[in-house]
Design a protein around this ligand. Structure first.
Ligand SMILES: C[S@@+](CC[C@H](N)C(=O)[O-])C[C@H]1O[C@@H](n2cnc3c(N)ncnc32)[C@H](O)[C@@H]1O
Length: 246
């Protein structure tokens, strides 16, 4: 049973919509922080690597009316299906291309074709460091000169309970009492036990990768990125790194 859950974690989460429903507020804040680090100009093309259900598309749509193209790639068709639904129900629509690819086999994106890349909590699921290194090199090649990467990965201080605490703090500050209590009493207990604690275990068992800041910088530099910014996000449970190509 544990093996089935582990192997189908993302697929089931996207197909049931539980992934979106149980997303803690702190995760959404981390995504918004990463999107905020990307450039913003009319007609730009963004590649979302390991896009999952395409939550980032909603963030781009909230903040970027001028976004030209959003390319979302993931191994899970259930996530890409959610992305398509999200796109078709959105009011302002950039051109969206969801496509399936397995990062273990390369990125499959044309060289010099995108202005910005978002990799929000995706590369850490690639347990082989050689594959992560190759993907980062592919990302660099896909970017146009002067392009920007916003990379977010869990830190070695990943703490599931802290993420929930911070999320509840943010939810409370939003002053929507009904929503706060639904999250506190109904949704976040499920988020904690079926989501965050599960991820915490995978990180502890090194099935997925948690990073020191130095490790994250080293991986990005080795792929040829100039590091322009780093910060902690997600209740100190992750790092956001912004890199540029020359
Ligand atoms: C934590 S989710 C993040 C999804 C999305 N970026 C977000 O922040 O909501 C990790 C994503 O990486 C994807 N992934 C894992 N291994 C992959 C692979 N080998 N190739 C492509 N995508 C992969 C999963 O399917 C999942 O959608």
């Amino acid at each position: 049973m544990a093996g089935f859950y582990k192997n189908n974690y993302w697929r089931l989460g996207f197909a049931s919509s539980l992934y979106d429903l149980l997303t803690p507020e702190s995760y959404a804040e981390s995504m918004r922080a990463a999107v905020d680090c990307l450039p913003d100009f009319a007609g730009m093309t963004v590649l979302d690597v390991g896009c999952g259900s395409g939550q980032a598309l909603s963030v781009f749509q909230e903040k970027r009316s001028a976004l030209g193209r959003y390319i979302g790639t993931d191994i899970q068709t259930s996530g890409l299906h959610r992305l398509r639904t999200r796109h078709s129900s959105a009011p302002a629509r950039p051109w969206v291309l969801p496509f399936q690819s397995n990062l273990n086999c390369g990125l499959a994106i044309k060289k010099n074709s995108v202005d910005a890349v978002l990799a929000h909590f995706s590369l850490y699921t690639l347990s082989d460091p050689a594959v992560r290194a190759q993907v980062l090199r592919d990302v660099k090649e896909a970017l146009k000169p002067g392009g920007t990467l916003a990379l977010v990965n869990p830190s070695i201080t990943y703490d599931a309970k802290n993420i929930i605490r911070e999320s509840l703090g943010s939810d409370k500050a939003q002053n929507k009492a009904g929503r706060f209590w639904i999250k506190k009493c109904l949704l976040y207990p499920l988020t904690l036990h079926f989501g965050l604690k599960f991820i915490e275990r995978q990180l502890q068992e090194e099935f997925w990768k948690s990073y020191t800041l130095e490790e994250m910088i080293a991986e990005a530099k080795a792929a040829g990125f100039e590091i322009v910014r780093t910060q902690t996000v997600y209740a100190n449970s992750a790092y956001l790194l912004v890199g540029k190509t020359d």
